[in-house]
Design a protein around this ligand. Sequence first.
Ligand code: ZN
Length: 139
Amino acid sequence: MAVIARLKREHIDEMIKHAREEAPIECCGILAKRDGAIVRVYRAKNAEASPYRFSIDAREQLRIQRDMDDEGTEWAGFYHSHTGTPAVPSPTDIRQMSTFFGPPYVHFLVGIADPDNPELRVWYIENGDKTEHEYELVD
Ligand SMILES: [Zn+2]
């Protein structure tokens, strides 16, 4: 395991908050970085409105991309929640993401199956497989 993402406590809190607000539907969003650290959490709408899978509308991705261009940030990766299963990419996640969003894109999973103990884990998804890595908190 290697450190593949650096972020602030507030970013983690924001992803968990989003997951709780959308449950039992999966929440999803996009993460922006600057100088190697995540600087912003963009909430996105789950176009599937499903408790089992997610997708982000292409127009919404474009809107977020434009905002990143304005702010001089780069695409860091994605996050989404699992509301009834662990924070591990599902076969559907892997099928959907591994072709276009392999490394360096990171995938954060927020697990809130146990609402009192939310878990946040980060993964690379590539070549039809998943690899867990680590994130580091920064000030
Ligand atoms: Zn998933």
